[in-house]
Design a protein around this ligand. Structure first.
Ligand code: ADP
Ligand code: MG
Length: 377
C-alpha cells in the first residue's frame, strides 16, 4: 500500500511527504452499553487507512483517494465543504481542529486503505484518525491530546457526515496498541489497557452482508426502554443498576423493558469478567462470555436477526470458542474467537452453510489487534 501511495503522490504532486496511518477496530464485548454509561472493550486492528501528506504553503487542501480514484480540492473555511462524501471526512477533521483553536494550513495528500467500508470495522474512524493525527503532528506540534483527536473525529461525523455516533470508534482508532484491548468507561471516559495475546486463537469476522432495519427507530426504542427503567430506579443510567434492583421493580415495568434492562446489567458485568479472564489468559471464559452476549442480544435485547443467529449456531457447532454479533445488530458481522487449528474448517463450513441457506456468501476478515494512529517513518 505504501509503495502505491508513494508512486501516486510522486506523479500527482512531485516529491514525497510524510506517511501516517490509523486503524479500523473491533469491539470484543460490551454492546449497547455506551449510552447506558457502561463499558466497551475495543481494540485497533491490522486494517488501516494510510496517507502521505505534505504541507503545500497555500490554504488549499488537495487530496487524492486511490481506492475511490477521485481527486478533491477545498479551502479551509466553513463554506468550502467538498461535495464528495469521502472528502468531507477530511474537511471535517480540518474544520474541527480549527474550531478548537488549532492550526491547519493547506496540504497535499494521497491515501488508501484496507479497512472494509461499511462492514462495521469503522473505516470512517480510521480515516478521521489518520488525518487528525497527521495534522496534529504537522501543524500543531502534537499539542492536541489524544482524547481530543478522537473527539475531533466524532464531531466530524456529527457535523459533516450526518452520523450521530459515540466516541468508541475514534477512541479505539487513536489509542489502539498492538496486543492490547481497551476498556473504556463510557461514563467517566477513563480507560485501561488489557493484554490480548491469544496465541492459540484467531479473531475472525464473518460479515453476513445483510442490514435489516432501516432508520434508527429500533435503536431509539432500546434507548427509551433503558431510560425508562433507569428513571424508575431513580438512576441516571443503568450503569448503577444491578439485578436485585431490577427484580424489585419487575412488577412495575413492562416485560419488554425488563428484558432490555436485564441485558444491559448483565452485559456490564460480562465486560468486567472478560477483563479478569484476559488478565489470567483464560480465553475459554472470554469465549463463553461472547456466546452469552450473543444470546442476550438475540433473546433479551432483540437486536439480532436470522442470519446472525445462524452464523452463531454454525460457530457453536464447529466448536468455535466464542462468537457473537458485533455492533448494534440487525445485520453486519459476527466476531469469532477461534482456535487456530479450527480456523480453516470453521470458515469453510460457515461460508458453505450460509451460502446454501441465504444465496450469497458471507465475507471473512481475519484481524489481529494492532497499533492505532501513528506516524510511519
Ligand atoms: P464504516 O462502518 O466502515 O465506518 P461508514 O459508512 O461510516 O462505514 O464510512 C465509510 C465511508 O468512509 C466511505 O463511504 C468513504 O466515504 C469513507 N472511506 C472509508 N474508507 C475509505 C477509503 N479507503 N478511501 C476513501 N474513502 C474511504
Ligand atoms: Mg463509520
Amino acid at each position: 500500500m505504501k509503495k502505491e501511495i508513494s508512486k501516486v503522490f510522486e506523479e500527482r504532486f512531485g516529491g514525497s511527504g510524510v506517511f501516517y496511518a490509523s486503524a479500523g477496530r473491533i469491539n470484543l464485548i460490551g454492546e449497547h452499553t455506551d449510552y447506558n454509561g457502561g463499558f466497551v472493550f475495543p481494540g485497533a486492528i491490522d486494517k488501516v487507512i494510510m496517507a502521505e501528506i505534505r504541507p503545500n504553503d497555500t490554504m488549499t487542501v488537495r487530496v487524492f483517494s486511490i481506492d475511490i480514484n477521485e481527486y478533491a480540492e477545498f479551502g479551509l473555511n466553513e463554506a468550502d465543504a467538498p461535495s464528495q462524501s469521502w472528502a468531507r471526512y477530511i474537511f471535517g477533521v480540518c474544520r474541527e481542529i480549527l474550531k478548537r483553536g488549532g492550526t491547519v494550513r493547506g496540504f497535499d495528500a494521497v491515501f488508501a486503505g484496507n479497512v472494509p467500508l461499511g462492514a462495521g470495522l469503522s473505516s470512517s474512524a480510521a480515516l478521521e484518525s489518520c488525518f487528525a493525527f497527521a495534522l496534529n503532528d504537522m501543524f500543531n506540534d502534537n499539542r492536541i491530546d489524544k482524547f481530543e483527536l478522537a473527539r475531533i473525529g466524532q464531531s466530524t461525523e456529527h457535523n459533516y457526515c450526518g452520523v450521530n455516533c459515540g466516541i468508541m470508534d475514534q477512541f479505539a482508532s487513536v489509542f489502539g496498541k498492538e496486543g492490547k484491548l481497551m476498556r473504556l468507561d463510557c461514563r467517566s471516559m477513563e480507560y485501561e489497557y488489557f493484554p490480548f495475546h491469544p496465541e492459540d486463537y484467531e479473531l475472525v469476522l464473518v460479515d453476513s452482508v445483510v442490514k435489516h432495519e432501516l432508520a434508527d427507530s429500533p435503536y431509539n426504542k432500546r434507548r427509551e426502554s433503558c431510560e425508562r427503567v433507569a428513571h424508575r430506579l431513580g438512576l441516571e443510567t443503568l450503569r448503577d443498576a444491578d439485578m436485585a434492583m431490577l427484580e424489585a421493580v419487575k412488577s412495575d415495568i413492562t416485560a419488554e423493558d425488563y428484558f432490555r434492562a436485564k441485558f444491559v446489567i448483565e452485559e456490564k458485568q460480562r465486560v468486567l469478567d472478560v477483563c479478569d479472564a484476559l488478565n489470567r489468559g483464560d480465553y475459554d471464559t472470554v469465549g463463553r462470555k461472547m456466546y452469552e452476549t450473543h444470546a442476550g442480544l438475540s433473546k433479551d435485547y432483540e437486536v439480532s436477526c436470522e442470519e446472525l443467529d445462524f452464523l452463531n449456531d454454525v460457530a457453536r457447532e464447529c466448536g468455535v470458542t466464542g462468537s457473537r454479533i458485533m455492533g448494534g445488530g440487525f445485520g453486519g458481522c459476527t466476531i469469532n474467537l477461534v482456535r487456530k487449528d479450527l480456523r480453516d474448517k470453521f470458515v469453510e463450513t460457515a461460508v458453505a452453510k450460509f451460502t446454501e441457506k441465504y444465496g450469497h456468501a458471507p465475507k471473512i476478515y481475519d484481524v489481529v489487534i494492532s497499533d492505532g494512529a501513528r506516524r510511519l517513518d
